[in-house]
Write a protein that binds this ligand. Structure first.
Ligand code: XMP
Length: 437
């Protein structure tokens, strides 16, 4: 069933995303479009029941007020103007102006959606899944899709959706670069290879990455090597597969919104797999590109993925590589992986897993003196980092209970060889970044 849709036209508001989320929370699907959307483009979108002109502080572009094309005022589709200036447009269509006050806003929004637009609240994850399965089948036909399955939330949910839609015509490639957390590669193989019976190519490239990284201490250099090597391994695998026409990509809505709009500056550029050689051209399949992160998680749950996979905290592409500071050694990589697993276990025991945004351990490349069994030790410290944030641009530290910290310290210093101290990072962002490298 195709859902009803409310289109938000960006007239320089900084609240487009919030508005879209509020409408979706009321059960109606909503998308954000630029101010210069044409009437044919608007009419081409499925089931548009109403349009919200969302004006705001960025409405003046290069000294001139921007507005929608005049024809939109005569489209016959109900309009709601959320900008005082927009109300000046006298036209014979439904134009209501929306006071800034939030409480009233919600009531007005509801009344606009359900009384004026007569939208049906049929935006549900199950409807989304069945729509997308149809859409994927239409796009791909009986051709083949390739997907780099990292095991992160977005690529895992995408894989599960593509498996539902096209089964064995999807090939997932999981590259284990040796910088994954404890148990991650095993979970990918178990969930996708065994339970979902996917066409999964597991590539054990651990030695290859570690060799490339040997002696490299500069953080940016490490990132570059990991990124480039990843593309190389993925490309080698892709070349061995026959007749692939499509590349699955776990782009989600914030990636698109954050790539910048016509009225706001770019927050960060849109990451994509990119970097594949020019002679390897694939058409992209991006069925999650209209979902917010929490909707991606809900989609994963509805598709039967385990909670531990869907509720996973963010994890950088270069993985533990940027948490094993300086030149990576096998010994310190082992320390960071094992201590991270203990930290996660104890956070779960303390009921903190769903509450704290991101938490992990870091291992620096220096040692300190300690004492164990009446003898001097000279071992590495482990640093605990636990932060909360909305958008990762700024972050505050989580005030972890002292007892929890002591349990973690006790376990790490006794269960992980080569560690004689545990430290707790109290630095917010700014001045620190979330990661140490
Ligand atoms: P920072 O350290 O810049 O991190 O405060 C902000 C967020 O981004 C994640 N992060 C990365 N993610 N590749 C990624 O995919 C990277 O190289 C990378 N570096 C940092 C970090 O984990 C945090 O959530």
């Amino acid at each position: 069933m195709q859902q009803d849709m409310i289109v938000i036209v960006d007239l320089g508001s900084e609240e487009n995303t919030r508005m879209a989320r509020e409408i979706r929370a009321l059960g109606v699907y909503s998308e954000i479009h630029p101010h210069d959307i044409t009437l044919p483009q608007l009419l081409d979108l499925p089931n548009v029941k109403g349009v919200i002109l969302n004006g705001g502080p960025n409405r003046r572009v290069e000294g001139v007020d921007i507005d929608v094309l005049p024809e939109l005022y005569h489209s016959g589709i109900p309009l709601l103007a959320c900008d005082h200036r927009a109300a000046q447009h006298s036209c014979d269509l439904t134009v209501a102006s929306l006071p800034a006050d939030r409480l009233q806003t919600k009531q007005l929004l509801k009344s606009f959606l359900f009384n004026i637009c007569k939208a049906v609240p049929n935006w549900t994850i199950d409807n989304f899944i069945s729509d997308q399965i149809e859409r994927i089948r239409r796009q791909v036909g009986d051709k083949k899709v390739l997907l780099a399955l990292s095991g992160g939330v977005d690529s895992s949910v995408l894989a599960a959706l593509l498996i539902r839609a096209i089964g064995k015509n999807l090939t997932c490639v999981h590259v284990n670069h040796g910088l994954l957390r404890k148990g991650e590669a095993e979970q990918v193989v178990k969930v996708f290879g065994k339970e979902l019976n996917a066409n999964l190519v597991y590539v054990d490239a651990q030695e290859r990455f570690l060799t490339q990284l040997e002696g490299v201490a500069d953080p940016e250099e490490k990132r570059k090597i990991i990124g480039a090597e990843f593309i190389r391994v993925f490309e080698e695998e892709a070349r061995q597969l026959d007749g692939i026409d499509f590349l699955g990509q776990g782009t989600i809505y914030p990636d698109i919104v954050e790539s910048g709009t016509k009225t706001a500056k770019v927050v960060k550029s849109h990451h994509n797999v990119g970097g594949l050689p020019d002679d390897m051209k694939f058409e992209l399949v991006e069925p999650l590109d209209m979902l917010f992160k929490d909707e991606v998680r809900a989609c994963g749950k509805a598709l039967g993925l385990p909670e531990s996979m869907v509720e996973r905290q963010p994890f950088p592409g270069p993985g533990l590589g940027v948490r094993c500071l300086g030149a990576i050694t096998r010994e310190r990589l082992h320390i960071v992986r094992e201590s991270d697993a203990i930290l996660r276990e104890e956070f779960a025991n303390a009921g903190l897993s769903g509450k704290v945004w991101q938490y992990f351990t870091v291992v620096p490349d220096f040692k300190s003196v300690g004492v164990r069994d009446n003898a001097r030790s000279f071992d590495y410290p482990v640093i605990i980092r636990a932060v909360n944030t909305i958008d990762a641009m700024t972050a505050t530290i989580e005030r972890i209970d002292w007892d929890v910290l002591e349990t973690i310290t006790q376990r790490i210093t006794h269960e992980v060889p080569g560690v004689n101290r545990v430290l707790y990072d109290l630095t917010p962002k700014p001045v620190g970044t979330i990661e140490w490298e």
